[in-house]
Design a protein around this ligand. Structure first.
Ligand SMILES: Cc1cc2nc3c(=O)[nH]c(=O)nc-3n(C[C@H](O)[C@H](O)[C@H](O)COP(=O)(O)O)c2cc1C
Length: 212
């Protein structure tokens, strides 16, 4: 199968997540194309050649990257016509706090409203504190959030909260969905072929008719 993965990233963690997913798919023998939504050529991608689409974006102050929203709106029909999934990268995803979980649901609802797209699968991916990429104010604000939430306070290095095993499991489960979605058509074809054949069940192995 051929997969398109379009992502938005601000400090780079979602790009790392997106690369991990395409590498994982490639290891399973699939073709992939990876595109940063901010790249001017991304909007021109023709979805016709793809069997499934994955969109990934990260949360910043409750919003996903506008380039991702633009891409999804532009390709709404093409995305909706294929198996699709949304990877939401955030720090709230690393929290078991019910307020954070509720907040994430609201962000997804707002994203759905902004884009018109209801993803078939949504997976929450824990992101990272990338202290090294932040300016002074951002580093201070993120350290304060970490302090309140019990997160990492050492700003001399980055702290990755992404659970790569969980992400690999999601990709495998998404692949499983695609494979089982193909099964009904195979079953229908087999059923049609069986209907076209003489009623084997009604005959014995010697060809005698046992239906009477
Ligand atoms: C300025 C700023 C605002 C953020 N706002 C949120 C937020 O509203 N909710 C959340 O769960 N995480 C928030 N995060 C955490 C990011 O989603 C997380 O760091 C993620 O890994 C960023 O991915 P990226 O590097 O691909 O942009 C914020 C991070 C920064 C730096």
């Amino acid at each position: 199968m051929k997969f398109l993965l379009v992502y938005g990233t601000t400090e780079g963690q979602t790009e790392k997540v997106a690369t991990f997913v395409t590498d994982h798919l490639a290891q399973q023998g699939h073709e992939t194309q990876l595109a940063n939504a901010i790249d001017p050529t991304a909007t021109a991608i023709d979805l016709l050649g793809f069997d499934a689409v994955i969109i990934a974006a990260s949360l910043h102050a409750g919003h996903y990257q506008s380039a991702v929203i633009h891409f999804v709106r532009t390709h709404l029909d093409g995305i909706g016509a294929r198996p699709n999934a949304f990877l939401s990268v955030s720090l709230a995803a690393a929290s078991g706090d019910s307020d954070d979980v509720h907040g994430l649901e609201q962000c997804i609802a707002a994203f759905t409203q902004q884009t018109g797209w209801t993803p078939r699968r949504v997976h929450h991916v824990a992101g990272a504190f990338r202290y090294a990429s932040y300016d002074f104010l951002k580093r201070w604000a993120m350290k304060y959030i970490a302090y309140r939430k019990g997160g990492p306070l050492d700003t001399s290095r980055d702290h990755e909260l992404t659970d790569w095993v969980d992400l690999a499991q999601f990709v495998s489960s998404f692949l499983g969905d695609l494979e089982s979605a193909r099964l009904p058509s195979i079953t229908e074809e087999s059923a049609a072929a069986a209907r076209a054949m003489p009623d084997a069940a009604a005959r014995g192995s010697d060809g005698s008719d046992r239906s009477r």
